[in-house]
Design a protein around this ligand. Structure first.
Ligand SMILES: N[C@@H](CCC(=O)N[C@@H](CS)C(=O)NCC(=O)O)C(=O)O
Length: 216
């Protein structure tokens, strides 16, 4: 059995962050599919036995159940050194960008995609419009940042890049964003990440069936 088991499903960019890190680090891992759309992670049993926060990803490692992609990436980088910050200043920078990612970059983009494509009920257009404006503001910040350097904290990829890359490769019919056209520096960075040995698209890397987005 592989030392790492990742509870995941292929629509989860948050799980993709950890899966991509492991793959690009050539660290063996195995997926445990979570039936997210069937409500598995909302059951009392799952919350009791897997993650009280009710969220994916969960990484089983060293007999523990690690949660929160940013904390998991930090834990893995500490343990394996791959894509790790090299000193205190770099740790500050990776933490800063991982927090920005979790609060804004991933959060608004992922939530908008979920509401538009996969939520059981059609979302309120005002909510979608609010999220769209937040996505645009946040993506503009990251695009400007990446104009000056190839990766999030400098010349080489770190865990911060894996965090921000979570939802970037999902298709435009899910996200309504043409990244190549609107955010050329984010696009160029995403292409650089694709060059890493072990890179795979989330729909090829994670378990579960592709779900056609609901046309809304
Ligand atoms: N900050 C968390 C976010 C995790 C998250 O929101 N995961 C989604 C799937 S992509 C989830 O399980 N949501 C369940 C819920 O919010 O009830 C992380 O980075 O791990």
């Amino acid at each position: 059995m592989s030392p790492y088991r990742l509870h995941a499903f292929c629509q989860s960019g948050n799980a993709y962050k950890v899966a991509l890190y492991l793959n690009c680090s050539n660290i063996p891992w195995e997926p445990v599919e979570v039936d997210f759309f069937g409500g598995q992670n909302r059951t009392a049993d799952w919350r009791k036995t897997v993650n009280a926060m009710g969220e994916v990803p969960v990484l089983e490692a060293d007999g523990r159940q690690l949660t929160q992609s940013g904390a998991i990436l930090t834990w893995l980088a500490d343990k394996h050194s791959n894509f790790a910050p090299a000193n205190g200043d770099e740790r500050y920078e990776t933490t800063r960008w991982i927090l920005f990612d979790n609060h804004k970059f991933t959060s608004y983009y992922g939530t908008r995609r979920f509401l538009k494509c996969f939520a059981p009920h059609a979302p309120d257009p005002a909510v979608l419009a609010f999220l769209q404006a937040r996505v645009e503001a946040t993506f503009a910040i990251v695009d400007k940042h990446l104009a000056g350097q190839p990766f999030m904290i400098g010349k080489r990829p770190t865990i911060a890049d894996f965090s921000l890359a979570g939802y970037i490769y999902y298709p435009a019919d899910e996200t309504d964003v043409d990244i190549a056209k609107s955010y050329p520096n984010i696009h160029a960075w995403s292409e650089r990440m694709k060059m890493l040995p072990g890179w795979k698209h989330p729909y090829d890397l994670l378990p579960g069936k592709y779900i056609k987005p609901i046309a809304r």
